[in-house]
Design a protein around this ligand. Sequence first.
Ligand SMILES: *Cc1c(COP(=O)(O)O)cnc(C)c1O
Length: 358
Amino acid sequence: MINVTKAYLPPLAEYSQYLEGIWERGWLTNNGPLVQQLETDLNQYLDGSQVQFLSNGTIALQIAIKALDLSGEIITTPFSYVATTTAILWENCEPVFVDIEDQTFCIDAAKIEAAITPRTTAILATHVYGYPCDVLAIESIAQRHNLKVIYDGAHAFGVRVHGRPLLSYGDLATCSFHATKLFHTVEGGAIVMNDEELARNVWLYKSFGHIGDEYFTLGVNGKNSEFHAAMGLCNLPRVSEFIRQRQQLATIYTSELAGLGLQYPAPAEPSLEYNYAYFPIVFASESQMHQVKEYLLSHEISTRRYFFPSLNKLPYHTGADCPISEDISRRVLCLPFYQDLAPADVRRIAQLIQAACR
Ligand SMILES: *Cc1c(COP(=O)(O)O)cnc(C)c1O
């Protein structure tokens, strides 16, 4: 079976060295030395100064909304993973969906201002598949209307745009280090920010709202452990190699899939340094997508409808119509994509897709 993704595992001996240190110190969690080391390394990698390592990307979103003290309406994208919307609802705010742009599949910045009301407090947008939102346009809209900006950067690790890490844009960006992501710590996530006061709030919210015997605020447990940090320390130096390997596989897919009239996200941003986080393809119709998905599955190859459904169509929360997002989400499929996928398998998958479409 070829799965749509496969988590990278570093050489066991390398991870074991970190384990030996954990055993020696007997310090397993609560801001241990490996968590501190990972945060230092992430600050360096992401041009941040206040990165905090959290237990997952969803709690990162929830804490971000809390730490920015948001209420009322949050303008967001319908084309993302469900956690982007549920984090807003979980924090008792109201998601207001603005449709996506048909080239990048990210929120259409040109449609944001029409959705702003006196109750709007923020914009929460996703860098879909690692392709950047129009960060400069969103920044100027936010300034004009005094709104906060959160980026769900779960896919954006390793991406640079306008000469900066994509995760350094916005009042803050969240990231997921889940095992399925390009850079992972098994489970994990982060908030990337530079503001010290904001970082203090994040710190309190992730650690029960108290420091020692002093109780400041409500909080949850959003910390992460030494074991997860150790996985991150093993994987972080390998990220640029992962990206290079994935780029080669993407080139093979693209050339082997030529002639099928498939659509790909196509950002026009010339300064983009992409991370090849996913390999999504958009078919001409939903029925063709299903046909290919089933044909691949019959050859033991799994794919994923990512993202489906469009988040304005969730059974427990419906929002305004977003025709582009609804249309793309019905036709999109992510193909198997991870750094140690064999080039021969990529060719075989592409040939099966060619056969299924014929
Ligand atoms: C993976 C993902 C999340 C959730 O991250 P977890 O670490 O799994 O909680 C949120 N948003 C997007 C866009 C994601 O892809």
